[in-house]
Design a protein around this ligand. Structure first.
Ligand code: ZN
Length: 579
């Protein structure tokens, strides 16, 4: 485009705005001045854009994204005057376009800008070169015959309108999505445009809601799985996550819940298999009926059959009365068999019959009872290997394995760690009546670094222990989280070699304030109240000794209390003997 002689493309320094972005890592917040913002992957936004187009059609998607941009522009308009109160009106207005650059959406260059909020005079022209919307549009649909920068256009409209206090609309007169070299928008007060209703159509929320409403019925079916999964995070208290791994498990559970298929949940200990089984039950047609959970490994071998199938009075087990087993108690509902791989051979045969013929017999009884129970099995063992070694029946495995769902370990869904941490922190702070102001930087680093062999249950335990140990109103540090010296030292080493230099090795006995938090709760509190730092080793020794004393010398009990294994405790006690 030819350059007009009077145009002014200059922009004020951007640093005053860049400094308004603050990372509050402990709380997992990013602030743009007083507005909380979030970093989001452009690829995620692009995927959302495409999904909206496919669900709602081009016009409705455009309206939705324009309004999203418009809303964002309005927010920034509030900031603009506040951030540059003593600048010229022009520089104050450029806060918006410059914030756009800071937000990473595009660098808006002013080509021409003439404005006077007092009289309502406005005339503006901006260009940008690398809108992600264009890239997303071209990638999905190729070159377009209409402009594609919906969010940007919405933004600049919302921003200018907010800034001027009257409706200013922009039109994208050139767009890279249409083959132009760059995108160009021109803005004027609404009254100065011909056929301005088109400009407003996409921006008016009422209109948009109506458009959406018309489509909502048609799209409800497609939209419902997503909605219900969002609900899952509140309904199924501890089922929290947004990672791809988590969401795909939710989708699988959602899909199979409506059927009568037998489900086998696979995954390491602590990944939340029972939680997903409960979710499956709740989403199934059996939701009003009982959900019975049995951990097959927790019931002694000799009792498992009577537990599952019930006993009849006078049977050889010496039962004095008849009682139903878990199968009968789950009538009409769901029976969750955790650690199903540990069932005895006889129990396996009976389970197979219950699944195949929907029949059971109580022990000591010859009456055949019909049972309508849906089986959800779970295992952390390799059942195929168990079949190979003759410990598990192949025919039972086929029956159970109709719809296997693998739940990934936490280390494969690290994206969910921040959410889970926040969730458990709130949960345990409420349970234990503690105010916790957050996590230190090294604690956050440690939580991200750690591999969680015990998965979500371990993370939950870590946070609960930390909430108990931390002083009221204080911040959770690494030492509150990892009271096992081994984990602590390996973690701290990694943190030191990595970027978080705040930590130190356990061998060096770090004494940063707040990390002297290892003794058992009463002495910990005492220590904290006195606020005298104690070397970590000494604190650890005290903690171990106190635990052993409390357990009257029973090392296994003391080890459990401390969250370590007995050999670990014994080893550490031996090592500390001369101290
Ligand atoms: Zn464009």
């Amino acid at each position: 485009m030819e350059v007009e002689p009077d145009e002014d493309r200059s922009q004020p320094e951007i640093n005053d705005l860049a400094m308004r972005v603050r990372f509050s890592l402990k709380e997992g917040r990013i602030w743009l001045d007083s507005e909380r913002v979030a970093l989001m992957h452009v690829s995620t936004l692009s995927a959302l854009r495409r999904e909206l187009i496919e669900c709602l059609g081009m016009d409705e998607a455009r309206g939705l994204l324009s309004r999203m941009g418009y809303n964002s522009g309005s927010r920034d308009a509030v900031l603009a005057r506040k951030l540059r109160p003593h600048h010229s009106t022009r520089d104050a207005f450029l806060v918006g376009p410059q914030l756009r650059a800071i937000q990473g959406t595009a660098a808006l260059e002013p080509v021409h800008l003439d404005l006077d909020p007092a009289t309502g005079r406005f005339s503006g022209e901006f260009t940008w070169h690398d809108s992600f919307e264009v890239d997303a549009h071209i990638a999905a649909y190729g070159l377009s015959n209409s402009p594609a920068c919906w969010m940007h256009l919405g933004y600049i409209c919302g921003y200018a309108t907010g800034f001027m206090g009257r409706t200013i609309t922009f039109r994208e007169v050139e767009c890279r999505a249409m083959g132009s070299a760059c995108c160009r928008v021109i803005g004027r007060p609404i009254g100065q445009w011909n056929a301005s209703e088109d400009d407003l159509r996409a921006l008016q929320p009422d209109n948009g809601t109506r458009l959406l409403g018309a489509r909502a019925e048609a799209s409800r079916r497609q939209a419902s799985p997503v909605c219900t999964i969002l609900q899952a995070t509140t309904e199924e208290a501890d089922l929290v996550g947004t990672s791809v791994g988590f969401r795909s498990v939710c989708h699988m559970v959602e899909k199979v819940a409506q059927t009568e298929a037998t489900v086998l949940l696979l995954g390491e200990t602590g990944v939340g298999k029972e939680m997903f089984a409960r979710m499956l039950h709740r989403r199934s047609r059996r939701t009003g009926k009982p959900f019975i959970a049995v951990n097959c490994a927790a019931i002694p071998e000799g009792l498992i059959e009577s537990e599952l199938f019930g006993v009849e009075k006078g049977s050889y087990t010496g039962a004095s009365g008849s009682r139903p087993g878990r199968f009968e108690r789950a009538a009409g509902g769901t029976l969750f068999l955790d650690e199903v791989g540990t069932l005895t051979m006889t129990a396996q045969i009976k389970l197979l019959r219950a699944i195949q013929q929907k029949e059971i017999e109580r022990i000591g009884d010859t009456t055949i009872r019909h049972v309508d129970v849906r089986i959800v099995g779970a295992t952390n063992a390799d059942l195929e290997m168990a079949v190979d070694s003759g410990q598990f029946r192949a025919d039972l495995l086929y029956r159970l394995n109709v719809f296997p769902i693998r739940i990934p370990p936490l280390r494969e869904r690290r994206d969910d760690i921040p959410l889970l941490v926040e969730h458990f922190l709130q949960k345990f702070a409420a349970i234990h009546g503690k105010a916790v102001s957050g996590f230190t930087e090294s604690a956050i680093g440690a939580l991200y670094e750690y591999d969680y062999p015990g998965n979500i249950r371990e993370l939950e335990n870590l946070i609960e222990r930390a909430v108990i140990l931390v002083e009221n109103g204080g911040m959770i540090d690494v030492a509150h989280l990892f009271s096992s010296g081994d984990r602590l030292s390996s973690l701290m080493m990694r943190l030191v070699n990595g970027e978080l230099s705040q930590g130190a090795t356990a061998e060096l006995a770090p004494q940063p304030p707040g990390s002297q938090a290892l003794p058992s709760p009463p002495s910990l509190l005492d220590n904290l109240l006195k606020n005298h730092p104690a070397p970590l080793q000494q604190v650890e020794t005290e903690l171990m000794q106190e635990a052993v004393a409390r357990c009257k010398g029973n090392l296994s009990k003391a080890a459990r209390l401390l969250g370590v294994t007995r050999p670990q405790l014994a080893y550490r006690l031996r090592k500390r003997q001369p101290v």
